[in-house]
Design a protein around this ligand. Sequence first.
Ligand SMILES: Nc1nc2c(ncn2[C@@H]2O[C@H](COP(=O)(O)OP(=O)(O)O)[C@@H](O)[C@H]2O)c(=O)[nH]1
Ligand SMILES: [Mg+2]
Length: 263
Amino acid sequence: MRSIIFSHYSPTETRRLGPTLDVEHSTVRVLGNLQLTLWDCGGQEAFMHNFFSTQREYIFKSVEMLIFVFDMEIRDFSSELSYFESCLDAIQVQSKDAKVVCLLHKMDLVASDVRQSVVEEKTAELMRRANGLRIEVYSTSIFEDSLYRAWSHIMNSIMPNIDTIRDHLQKFCEVADVSQVVLFEKSSFLSIAGYHLNATEEDVVPYDKLSSALKRFNLALNNNRTTSFKLVRLRLNGFILIITNFTKNTVLMAVDNNPNMSK
Ligand SMILES: Nc1nc2c(ncn2[C@@H]2O[C@H](COP(=O)(O)OP(=O)(O)O)[C@@H](O)[C@H]2O)c(=O)[nH]1
Ligand SMILES: [Mg+2]
């Protein structure tokens, strides 16, 4: 997930990545000067044991968000649940204000006819285990748009000033007299925020689909990863869509569902 969102890998290119051992630290820059520090903690038993004993404070102190990834390929969900509970215990002591997100990951490996019931059943079980603590659960797959839905949410909920950005987008939408605007972070294409005005629900383009489509489009344009697109303009019957570089670190999409010639 990290390689796709922050290092421009395609999903198939991640096949050559080996499993994470111990803790892999990485720092990604988003929006220019916002620094996101990711600690990717390997899930093997020996490492987990250390995280909860000798490394407990080192791992769980000063955490802003705990993201617990459940691998849907692993059949033994109950042992994963007991790790999850141990994480919750540790985080509540070491970083009591940390947000908690659970990802039901590799969802593509679950048969499509049982996916919804699997998600509902696992979400209910996680809520029970969280015992009143606020948690959010997303299903994800590196091959699907769901990856962007979950990670946009993750980024938005730890980003400062998100409400101010939303207010500005609302004003932009009104002043430019367009139906929808969405702001994307330029390197990851995660959606930061959006606003729509006088647009029916079915006219509103879902952000996760946009992020995923933009990422694929950019990868296809940009095999050597040195350039990025500057402007996309689509004019169809009763519909104009513009995606453009906006600031140094953002890309803006604007959609007008009721264009008239005077605009
Ligand atoms: N089918 C499927 N494979 C995935 C997904 N995410 C990661 N992988 C594969 O899983 C393999 C190892 O990655 P990962 O599970 O992250 O290893 P970990 O570090 O031990 O958790 C790689 O070959 C990835 O391509 C997914 O959503 N679906
Ligand atoms: Mg890994």
